[in-house]
Design a protein around this ligand. Sequence first.
Ligand code: ADP
Ligand code: MG
Length: 320
Amino acid sequence: EEVSNQIAAGEVVERPASVLKELVENSLDAGAGRIGVEVAAGGRRLIRVVDDGTGMLPDDLLLALERHATSKVARAEDLTHISSLGFRGEALPSIAAVSRMSLRSRTRDAEAGGLVGVEGGKVMAVEEVGCPVGTLVEVRDLFFNTPARRKFLKSQATESGHLAGALVRLALAQPQVAFRYTVGTQVTYDLPAGQDLASRAGSLLGRATAENMVRLEEEEGPLRLMGLAGLPSLSRTAADQIYTFVNGRFVRDKVLLHAIYQAYRGLMPDGRRPVVVLHITLDPALVDVNVHPAKTEVRFTQQQEVHQALAGALRRGLGR
Ligand code: ADP
Ligand code: MG
């Protein structure tokens, strides 16, 4: 059991940034309006996520640590209509197997909250604690019991970069949710609730960047596109800054990237890359997100239509 949990953890928990992503996705699934994220030492020493979501009852705290005990997908056929970010029930047990974790949570109606500690997958008893409504998850000493995995971690600076990248994606995915991101003792982002995509992009990517982006808004059949396309003058020489989201989930998808590059073709000097932030909303039945736990791939049932709609919207937005 312990070993199989450690193996499964490898699928979900590649590095500290994967822990951050999974925990914040759980907070979002719990309907949080404010999420606080704190990291220390590139996430190796600490990743702490606190939310004001629904919280969990004490009995559900233990259940949450059991593999495949998701509360989100009741039946197999639900898998074709996934509207939550999580659905496998793998993240918490996987993280717990390779760290020292504590969960503290309270629901609105409960008088007291519950606290449970886990060390390398060994679950301690639940204690009653006083705590605000919502959930606080602390992950310390990631990979303390898996030296081989620990060795594969990159420098603190590199892991910090991955952590910040994950945070930026999540915050762009949900501009209406307040995020506070603390690195060590430094508050790096303090993003208010209720931002629209343009102001969230301004907060995260810089005002100058946001001011050089045009708004896209388009509806075609079951597909809705909403986003910001950087003017060609904004293009980058280094890595692209393409943030695409499908039903609130960050994806890096071949079809979408191809459409984006096609729309920008000839507008930028060779080797330049565009800046794009794009939300695609469509019927969950028309997209398969069940491809890989940690990967950012999706499969559209109507690839061609998605490609056309996106390339068209971008071309019009860019005035072509
Ligand atoms: P999944 O998200 O795929 O359901 P996880 O392992 O990430 O699986 O979480 C297991 C369960 O724990 C969730 O289904 C949910 O019921 C509960 N849970 C986890 N995090 C939170 C949270 N921040 N607030 C409320 N419930 C949570
Ligand atoms: Mg989850």
